[in-house]
Design a protein around this ligand. Structure first.
Ligand code: DX5
Ligand code: ZN
Length: 213
């Protein structure tokens, strides 16, 4: 069985006390998911690589770049700041292989993501060169949106093609939708609002994990 990984998304955390926020949940986190938005690929802007440097944790940092055509030096900034994995978007890059190869050359895990309306066909040529695929389960850009269940056939199909690949889902994940995505074949679960939006975050995490048993 593939390892189930939980990746709390700090998009919904209080960034002014990020290390305190992470400390509260890090015992239960396999990855810390960091959403980077550029105001171009998606309307909002969020954190940059300087912010990544201020994060103090032993949990690997899973950097999700919602960024139009990220350059090598831009990507390198995140690698130098401590990224463990970097996800780029198929829709954001003219030739995603360029970014994927650069990330891998720099000894960092590379992943590719597709938005809910992008078909799996668009990334078939990359699934043998990446360490993870992120199937977005909401439109990228905002937290607290509703899980789009019609993305699940892509997870199912990808799992059939790649039995051992890490398949990540991101957006609207809670105990109920995590189970749906798990049954479709996902094994990496990003969750923002359903963890950081709760008063008892450890209880919220346990609820998600329990739903995946
Ligand atoms: C959305 C981001 C997500 C976001 C998920 O563009 O990629 O990582 O934090 O937030 P929730 O879990 O609230 O849907
Ligand atoms: Zn994300």
């Amino acid at each position: 069985m593939l390892k189930i990984k939980l990746a709390p998304s700090i998009l919904s955390a209080d960034l002014s006390k990020i290390n305190q926020e992470i400390k509260e949940i890090e015992k239960y986190a396999d990855l810390i998911h960091v959403d980077v938005m550029d105001g171009i690929f998606v309307p909002p802007t969020t954190v940059d690589s300087n912010f990544l440097r201020t994060i103090k944790t032993k949990v690997p940092l899973d950097v999700h770049l919602m960024v139009h055509e990220p350059s090598n030096s831009y990507i390198k900034g995140f690698i130098d700041a401590g990224a463990y994995s970097i996800t780029i978007h198929e829709e954001a890059c003219r030739d995603p292989a360029k970014q994927i190869n650069f990330i891998k050359k720099n000894k960092t895990k590379a992943a590719i993501s597709i938005k809910p309306n992008t078909s799996l066909d668009k990334i078939i040529k990359y699934i043998d060169i990446v360490e993870m695929v992120l199937i977005m389960t909401v439109e990228p850009g905002w937290a607290a949106q509703k899980f789009i269940e019609s993305t699940m056939p892509k997870v199912r199909e990808l799992r059939k093609l790649k039995p051992k690949l890490d398949i990540e889902v991101d957006g609207g994940i809670n105990p109920y939708t995590a189970r749906i995505a798990f049954e479709a074949g996902a094994n990496v679960f990003v969750a923002g609002t359903s963890i950081f939006g709760k008063k008892d975050r450890v209880a919220a995490i346990k609820e998600i994990l329990n739903s995946l048993r």
